[in-house]
Design a protein around this ligand. Structure first.
Ligand SMILES: Cc1cc2nc3c(=O)[nH]c(=O)nc-3n(C[C@H](O)[C@H](O)[C@H](O)COP(=O)(O)OP(=O)(O)OC[C@H]3O[C@@H](n4cnc5c(N)ncnc54)[C@H](O)[C@@H]3O)c2cc1C
Length: 401
């Protein structure tokens, strides 16, 4: 393993961060801030677009609401980290190289794998051809365009998880002439306590969203969704939000991955098979005392920060510390003026406390806007990025790496 850099040698230690989402940005900024001014470490961030994709606001983009355009090179300004625009097509974990758009090859000494996730469009036939997604700004803009032209008709939002709930509410609020149907296996807000769950349900009803839970979508057609049991729902537009899929880059490179392709990490967020690779955010399978973390921004940013801190420790020849994270909330927007926030135990089970209405909407907006001041503070004061709930007894694990 080549993590300990020889200070004074000519070649800098090259850290390559793949993916500039919430986790990758956190890793790149945190690391660059910690090694600022050093000639012996070089940080490079790779992402297909220069514009930062604010996934937390894609349901707003999909309903034609303007959101801030943030440029990744501008976010990195002053840190010393470099930006390379490009789509990674392959990782060679033995040669320690990354191929971008099939012609450029970048070398690394340490890799931070942060390529995120998307909705699983391969799970059900017809989704790829006939459904819209929120998998990128472009996808959300295509949906916004279609909804704006639709006037009247039925929009089926497939997937009753929180992205489906937020999207259905947003579409119903922005397009009151449309009939919005939310379909999925689980009841909306299934992981919440009964009172916030009931509030969420009544807010969807108030917005005119018809909820069909306990159903399985078997097929998406250009004008309908087919459900198990033979029923079909006519649809002018289908938005697919169900499931998550991760890039197969890591699996193809021979890194140890879980059944979904997420990199299996040890306690310090290093790949269990390739310790010079750190995995963060949705693309990593991160085990805590309560189980494997599920993809969120609240957990993704801390993984990015922790990977950066670990890399700096490894460069000094020190052992990285174990990563620990406990969940603290599930904030859900229900249009622009309403919402529910379920506060949680570190293992993501619901606490008694919750917020509803405008207070919850303001809370959710504050959470959504929080990454930018966090990144800004980290540039000047890297340690400020390292505050998050560690989860106490919920997050203790025995394994060490
Ligand atoms: C509508 C919506 C609302 C959400 N609301 C919340 C919320 O309220 N709270 C919360 O905690 N989470 C929320 N989430 C989930 C949250 O957005 C994700 O968990 C989070 O974005 C994961 O961060 P990440 O950095 O791992 O990945 P991402 O944010 O997905 O970023 C991955 C980056 O990697 C890039 N990339 C992918 N493949 C490649 C490649 N081959 N080469 C180069 N770059 C690549 C992508 O372009 C992207 O920029 C929401 C998601 C959606 C869709």
């Amino acid at each position: 393993m080549n993590t300990q850099h020889q200070i004074g040698t000519e070649d800098p230690h090259r850290v390559l961060v793949l993916g500039a989402g919430f986790a990758g940005m956190a890793a790149a900024i945190q690391l660059a801030a910690r090694v600022k001014g050093r000639e012996d470490v070089r940080v490079t961030l790779v992402n297909p677009q220069e514009r930062f994709t604010e996934r937390l606001r894609l349901h707003m983009t999909a309903t034609g609401q303007p959101t801030a355009e943030m440029s990744i090179p501008e976010l990195l300004e002053g840190t010393g980290a470099r930006f390379q625009r490009g789509w990674v097509t392959a990782v060679d974990a033995d040669a320690r190289t990354v191929r971008i758009d099939d012609d450029r090859v970048l070398h690394y000494d340490t890799l931070v794998y942060a390529v995120g996730s998307v909705a699983d469009t391969a799970a059900v036939p017809g989704v790829e051809d006939s459904a819209y997604t929120l998998n990128s700004v472009r996808d959300a803009e295509l949906l916004a365009d279609r909804l704006a032209r639709l006037g009247r008709g039925t929009v089926v939002v497939a997937g009753s998880g929180l992205t489906g709930v937020e999207s259905a509410a947003e579409i119903a609020e922005r397009h009151p002439g449309l009939d919005v149907v939310l379909v999925g296996r689980q009841e909306p807000g299934a992981a919440m306590n009964p009172k916030p769950r009931a509030y969420l349900r009544s807010a969807l009803e108030r917005l005119g969203v018809r909820v069909r839970s306990g159903v399985e979508v078997l097929k998406v057609l250009p004008d309908a969704v087919e459900l198990a049991g033979g029923e079909s729902i006519a649809a002018d537009v289908v938005l697919w939000t169900s499931g998550t899929r991760v890039s197969q880059l890591a699996a193809a490179a021979g890194l140890a991955v879980d059944g979904r392709g997420r990199i299996l990490t040890g306690t310090a967020l290093r790949s269990v098979s390739h310790p010079d690779v750190y995995a963060v955010g949705d693309a990593a399978a991160v085990r805590q005392g309560y189980g494997v973390m599920h993809g969120t921004c609240q957990g993704g940013m801390p993984t990015g920060v922790h990977a950066a801190v670990s890399i700096v420790r490894a460069l000094k020849g020190k052992q990285p510390k174990p990563f620990r994270f406990g969940y603290y909330h599930t904030p859900v927007s229900l249009g622009r003026d309403d919402g529910v926030v379920q506060f949680t135990h570190p293992d993501d089970s619901p606490r008694r406390m919750y917020l509803t209405g405008r207070t919850a909407a303001r809370y959710k907006e504050a959470v959504t806007a929080a990454p930018w001041p966090t990144y800004g503070r980290m540039k000047k004061m890297p340690a400020s990025g390292a505050f998050w709930p560690r989860g106490g007894r919920f997050t203790r694990v025995r394994e060490t790496l």
